[in-house]
Design a protein around this ligand. Structure first.
Ligand code: DGL
Length: 264
């Protein structure tokens, strides 16, 4: 059955990081209803096998399709790079994914050195390898796995000494190697931008793909004639399969959200 304009946009992530994408989508498309799935019980995905990431992505997709979503936004680099081609082949709705923005970074760099901070699952994926092989070969990509960062964010420890120690450990070698662009290849990391900037200073540009994902979502909905025309207040429902305090804190400025803790 063809989807209709008033059906919700479905968004999923391994946890609460994809809310950085939800915020961009909600700002650009305020008339849309959204359903967000935070699979925090299974976070982080970054160290899991490709098969497990695929199984979890299928489960998340079916949860959202069971709630009549007209489009699915995979607000997770790890799930996108490991599962989007399978999902596109096997489900009849449009999928929007997020991939590390190394191409824009490779165009903007002057030092020809860019850094990328992402999960192991993203950096080891064949999709990431393909994307990296297509950029200007004079640009060197310095990869760093953000081991432990997702767990700290999920546990509400953005402002902790452990976070400062890890970020210093990951960023200082890139600074020493003279990067001038830093790509955030995980949707949890935009919540670290103020901390990252304190370490990198203003000479390193931080690049993430959140806004581009929101624009792409709008373009595809317009192309499919599925943009909402609703005039009434929208509903934004968040499902989380763990205790939701960190999620509630992250969304505290948004009055138009309903957060449901549910075991799925
Ligand atoms: N937000 C996910 C991403 O963009 C986090 C991955 C994880 O759970 O390790 O990759």
């Amino acid at each position: 059955m063809k989807a209709t304009k008033q059906q919700p946009i479905g968004i999923f992530d391994s946890g609460i990081g994809g809310t950085s994408i939800w915020k961009e989508i909600h700002t650009l498309l305020p008339l849309e209803q959204t359903i967000y799935l935070s699979d925090s019980k299974n976070a982080p995905y970054g160290h899991k096998s490709k098969e497990t990431i695929l199984d979890l992505s299928i489960k998340n997709t079916e949860f959202l399709l069971g709630r009549q979503c007209k489009i699915i936004v995979i607000a997770c680099n790890t799930a996108t790079t490991n599962a989007i081609s399978y999902l596109r082949k096997n489900y009849g709705v449009p999928f929007i994914g997020i991939e590390p923005a190394i191409k824009p970074a490779s165009i903007q760099t002057k030092s020809n050195k860019i850094g990328i901070l992402a999960t192991k699952g993203t950096l080891n994926s064949s999709l990431f390898e393909q994307t990296s092989s297509k950029i200007n070969q004079e640009v060197e990509i310095i990869e760093q796995i953000g081991e432990g960062l997702v767990e700290l964010i999920e546990n509400g420890k953005i402002d902790s000494n452990e976070m400062d120690t890890l970020l210093n450990q990951y960023l200082q070698p890139m600074i020493t190697q003279n990067i001038d662009c830093l790509v955030l290849g995980c949707t949890h990391y935009p919540y670290l931008i103020p901390k990252i900037q304190k370490i990198t200073g203003n000479s390193i540009k931080i690049i993430d793909s959140g806004e581009a994902v929101a624009k792409q979502t709008k373009n595809i909905l317009a192309q499919e004639n599925l943009l909402s025309t609703s005039k009434s207040k929208t509903r934004n429902t968040f499902y989380i399969n763990k205790e939701g305090t960190t999620l509630k804190n992250i969304l505290r400025k948004h009055m138009d959200v309903i957060i449901t803790e549910k075991n799925f």
